[in-house]
Ligand binder design. Structure first.
Ligand code: SF4
Ligand code: SF4
Length: 384
């Protein structure tokens, strides 16, 4: 007997996906060219044709909890070959943006909706600005003196203007909160992925075994670091190198931040650190790679006039570029003795770092985490 399926369309979902860049989904006439040309789609139950019809039918639950939307690397090969110009790559990207907001814990739903909204940008940037100023002034009131406004054009390094202790007591809880938000979101996401895979007969594994899942994460890491999947694509392969530069610069800067944090809090060695310090080299190389990599990604996106570019895409690129530029200008200005410039750019740099930590679980950068988890799940589940 044929299996019946009652569809329960969510009209609001279709509208939101359209607003996030998937407005051409209705043009699709299900020819399946996209699934055939996609170089990384699996042989069984391939994407993105099935996701196109699920989106146009508003089958939200079957989409956002599917690992397949994250296995797509948005290379654009399918969009350029689609005879209807339905832009399946962009539709999947919009579904992913929707999924990130959907998996945000309830108390953060408002923030998750605000991050992709350009009208909320001034408010989102005002939050860290106010936090830094208020916390700094409070530290002065209680006698810690971590915010020395009189030093804005003086001192020998940024710490003389905004103390590293002030920076740490603001950034560490923010980073920790982002990790907790990710953990809560991913718990629901993994449960949904597994339920969907079982319902679609994509896996024979009845349960998720945590140890097996962690092993799967370890197995997919080399593929991610080498950008192997992205490099199988043709249309946007040139983006692979700049992606890698940004990814490795983030890894480098993470090591640098952790090392300086240890130096300050455990070994009580305060900066500025000498330029011959190997961690400083890593910081400089990573900073340069971040500026060049994100600059190339911006250039590439600007040149692709045939693709849909949403605020969701642009905001991440400019944030990453801004982080790199403010970090490098701060250091160069300090070395050149221009302390007013160094301190102003440092203040901007701190605002962007806070924004990166606090808004990552709801921004396009969350892809990094969701995609790793989805790829690990596909590996663990031996996706059929
Ligand atoms: S998105 Fe385009 S290529 Fe894919 S099935 Fe629809 S019409 Fe065909
Ligand atoms: S954008 Fe690239 S990876 Fe994604 S479905 Fe299309 S061809 Fe496949």
């Amino acid at each position: 007997m044929a299996e019946s399926y009652i569809s329960n369309p969510d009209v609001g979902f279709i509208k939101e996906v359209s607003a996030l860049g998937g407005q051409d989904v209705k043009k699709c006439y299900q020819c399946a060219t996209c699934s055939v040309v996609c170089p990384i789609s699996p042989d069984t139950k391939p994407f993105p044709r099935k996701e196109m019809i699920a989106t146009s039918w508003g089958l939200k639950d079957r989409l956002i909890g599917s690992a397949d939307i994250w296995l797509c690397h948005n290379c654009g090969d399918c969009s350029s070959k689609c005879p209807r110009d339905a832009k399946p790559g962009e539709v999947l990207s919009a579904v992913r943006a929707y999924a990130v907001a959907e998996y945000a814990p309830k108390m953060f739903k408002g923030l998750a909706k605000a991050v992709p909204d350009p009208k909320k940008l001034p408010l989102l940037l005002a939050i860290p600005t106010i936090i830094i100023i208020v916390m700094g002034l409070l530290s002065n009131i209680v006698g810690l003196g971590w915010f020395k406004l009189g030093n804005i054009a003086g001192g020998i390094w940024q710490h003389d203007f905004i103390s590293n202790y002030l920076v740490d007591i603001i950034m560490v809880p923010t980073f920790t909160a982002a990790v907790v938000v990710f953990a809560l979101s991913l718990k629901r996401f993994i449960t949904d992925m597994h339920a969907n895979a079982l319902a679609d007969n994509k896996t024979a594994k009845e349960k998720i075994d945590p140890a097996g899942f962690v092993q799967a994460i370890v197995r997919v890491i080399p593929t991610i670091l080498k950008h192997q999947k992205f490099n199988e694509c043709t249309d946007n392969r040139d983006r692979g190198t700049s992606h890698m530069m940004v990814l490795f610069s983030f890894i480098g800067l993470f090591i640098v931040t952790g090392s300086f944090f240890l130096a300050e809090w455990v070994f009580h060695i305060e900066g500025p650190y000498r330029q011959i310090n190997p961690i400083k080299w890593l910081a400089n190389v990573s900073g340069i790679a971040l500026v060049i990599g994100s600059g190339l990604l911006i250039k590439n996106r600007m040149s692709r006039t045939d693709q849909i570019h949403t605020y969701w895409d642009w905001s991440l690129l400019w944030l990453v570029f801004g982080l790199g530029v403010t970090g490098m200008v701060t250091e160069m200005a300090r070395l050149g003795g221009m302390m007013l410039l160094a301190n102003v750019t440092y203040f901007l740099h701190l605002i962007l770092i806070w924004a990166l930590f606090a808004y990552t679980p709801f921004s396009k950068l969350a892809h990094l985490v969701y995609r790793v988890v989805a790829m690990a799940y596909a590996e663990f589940a031996e996706r059929k």
